[in-house]
Ligand binder design. Structure first.
Ligand code: GLN
Length: 324
């Protein structure tokens, strides 16, 4: 068994390079354009980073290219709000139900007598969660999430000001959404402060390596195996993974769960955070669990990286990583 494991480990790097090369040729999807600054990304970029609990790190493709975290921040703000208020209080404000609607839909407010946003992984829920973050203004709220990131990554993160301004100036739909939330008493803070907080969170600059580290910590139920510290309470880490699994890929979450089958969260800039739990079903180099970050800014109509999803699906199949 040991020999098999070592053989796979040494081949994993080569394998990732081959896969990145293979999927780069396909060139499907387009960069998001509703945030003008995101349109400037190079749609041919594709990268992956994979981190094991013992700190072994594999990477391939354009992994030095950074990008804004966008909707992946929804996981981090949900964790921060839960760590501050407790899960129960946060779930008084936001549900845990998938919607089947696009991430920025305002449909439900008119169609149903909605008592709270469906889940924290769509914009409505994330705006409510942003309003719940501890702090008396948008910068303090933002700082509480970047403090969590500091603990997870061991480094400061920064905001991409260009992307922030680009979204702030064109956030017509999120402005509508945040106003509807306020009208329905679903915000714990002011409209402008909440929208500012939310857009700043989306504009945090990140990399596939950061995403792999966050994915690894989530896969270990909040424990950082490298620093040997529990950074997120177990229950909050597990609930976050449930939300990633059921709602993390927008209105293709069901399809992603069926065809790939791992907890993941995507962002419109093309990043995907994936968390692979340890498994005893198959023994291979990834059975101990791992975190994966992928980046490919060409997205599909749901807002998910086309090549990112394909490469994840391929790896999951090859290493039997699906959780069901
Ligand atoms: N900032 C983006 C928005 O709210 C994030 C959406 C996303 O990544 N799907 O529109």
């Amino acid at each position: 068994m040991e020999t098999y494991q070592l053989a796979q480990e040494s081949q994993l790097n080569d394998l990732l390079h081959v896969k990145i090369h293979q999927y780069k040729q396909q060139n499907d999807g387009e960069c998001a354009s509703y945030i003008p600054e995101l349109k400037k990304a190079d749609p041919s970029h594709l990268s992956i980073s994979l981190l094991l609990p013992d700190g072994t790190h594999y990477t391939a493709g354009d992994h030095t290219v950074s990008f804004t975290i966008q909707s992946i921040s929804k996981v981090l703000s949900f964790i921060t709000a839960c760590m501050h208020h407790g899960i129960e209080s946060v779930l008084n404000w936001v549900d845990v139900e998938p919607t089947g609607d696009s991430f920025n839909s305002i449909l439900r407010f008119e169609l149903t007598n909605q008592k709270k946003p469906y889940n924290p992984m769509i914009n409505a829920g994330a705006l409510t969660v942003a309003s719940l973050l501890p702090g008396t203004n948008d910068n303090e709220k933002l700082m509480n999430v970047t403090n969590l990131l500091y603990n997870l990554l061991g480094k400061e993160v920064c905001i991409n000001e260009k992307v922030f301004m680009s979204e702030w100036e064109t956030a017509y739909r999120n402005r509508a959404l945040v106003n509807l939330l306020a009208e329905n008493d679903l915000l714990a803070g002011g409209v402008d402060e909440t929208l500012l907080t939310y857009i700043k969170l989306c504009s945090i600059e990140t990399s596939v390596h950061d995403l792999a580290k966050i994915g690894l910590i989530l896969s270990m139920d909040g424990y950082d195996p490298i620093e040997q510290k529990q950074l997120i309470p177990v229950k909050i880490a597990r609930l976050s993974k449930v939300l990633m699994f059921t709602c993390g890929m927008y209105n293709s979450s069901g399809k992603f769960a069926a065809s790939v089958g791992i907890p993941a969260k995507s962002g419109v800039s093309g990043g995907i955070l994936a968390s692979i739990p340890p498994s005893t079903r198959n023994l291979n180099v990834l059975s101990q669990g791992c975190g994966i970050g992928v980046y490919g800014p060409a997205i599909d109509r749901y807002g998910n990286s086309v090549m990112g999803v394909r490469i994840l699906q391929d790896l999951v199949e090859q290493f039997h990583l699906n959780i069901f």
